[in-house]
Design a protein around this ligand. Sequence first.
Ligand code: HEC
Ligand code: HEC
Ligand code: HEC
Ligand code: HEC
Ligand code: HEC
Length: 233
Amino acid sequence: MVALFVLAADAGTILGTKHDFTGLNRRVGVVAMSGVAFSDYGSPCVYCHIPPEKEGADTGDKGGIPGWNRYIPASTTYDLYDSRTLDNKVKTPSPISLLCLSCHDGTMAVDMTVFKPDAFNSAEDAALHLRINGADTLMNCGKCHNGQAAHSIEIKHLGTDLQNDHPISMTYAGLTHKDPDFWPPDGPYGFNNGVKLYEGKVECATCHNVHNPDINLLLRETSDRLCETCHIK
Ligand code: HEC
Ligand code: HEC
Ligand code: HEC
Ligand code: HEC
Ligand code: HEC
């Protein structure tokens, strides 16, 4: 799927962001990060997307998240947000949210992809394959990212207990105009301001766009207006 890597007008905007694992090392000048902390595959896209030379491959056959170049997180049991008033209860996150959790739950290395690019020489791979986790051990980015040697990574580590986070993977309550507490979406894919629904559901990528760093924390709408896109009052 070479087109995927060429056509998208906004795809390049991932370059220079925190998800750009190829540029990261050069940008911050910490040689130990790639090469030791994680493998630099030479393409920033393959940490999430299937490499173009593997076009059409089904990562699902290999225990991967269907359509993405990452494995289903080792911990498939998440404690998702729940409350007495929550209408649509969900047990398992959808694939597009599992993509995010495969790094952000801290259970798998950030460079743990299903396919490596053909150009990558795995014989020379000496990385420790660290995880997004604040703990100061040789398995975790927290080895340096503890707030002293480098900024703490703990706040980016969501873990598998998501009960304190916004609910995900539930059908959007305003979809059929049924729920008076929610605005109906502007169309099947969500709202005109960019807040996006996936098959009618709320996912991590509903509020965040990893391809657009314009708004702080990769949000799709400024944080003061994000919530009222959906919630009435
Ligand atoms: C951190 C994970 C991540 C990385 C790294 C990443 N992407 Fe994406 N990409 C996504 C997600 C998530 C979506 C879906 C976003 C949406 O629905 O708006 C996406 C969507 C796309 C799309 C649109 C596909 C469609 O169905 O509309 C293209 C094209 C794309 N990415 C290209 C790239 C390229 C090129 C790179 C490298 C320069 C890259 N991506 C790096 C996560 C990533
Ligand atoms: C390949 C691993 C990986 C994947 C997959 C991934 N992330 Fe990240 N993400 C990171 C790392 C590493 C950071 C930076 C951590 C730090 O700065 O301490 C980060 C940072 C972030 C930030 C904070 C950005 C900032 O400017 O501070 C957000 C928001 C985020 N990710 C959301 C997402 C979402 C949403 C997805 C799924 C669409 C996703 N991530 C997928 C690795 C990943
Ligand atoms: C050998 C120590 C070390 C290790 C291990 C390490 N880092 Fe870093 N990292 C640094 C230093 C130092 C900086 C620059 C200071 C800062 O941003 O806090 C940095 C900066 C970053 C940045 C910010 C880049 C930017 O431009 O904003 C990200 C994102 C990052 N590291 C991610 C990671 C991830 C993910 C891991 C684990 C896979 C990791 N680092 C492991 C030392 C390290
Ligand atoms: C309903 C909207 C929404 C959803 C859904 C959502 N987020 Fe966020 N996220 C936010 C907002 C708003 C912030 C900034 C304020 C805060 O920290 O709560 C944020 C902050 C973050 C940060 C950065 C924390 C920091 O302060 O540096 C990361 C990483 C992140 N989200 C990842 C995710 C992942 C992964 C998912 C899915 C499991 C997700 N988000 C789902 C709205 C959302
Ligand atoms: C894309 C639409 C959307 C956005 C944006 C959004 N929410 Fe939600 N929110 C929902 C849906 C849908 C539910 C689940 C409603 C249900 O099924 O009962 C929900 C549930 C909640 C709940 C739990 C309510 C309960 O009954 O337990 C809280 C709290 C919440 N949202 C706060 C926020 C905040 C704060 C923001 C802004 C950072 C935000 N939401 C942004 C759609 C959204």
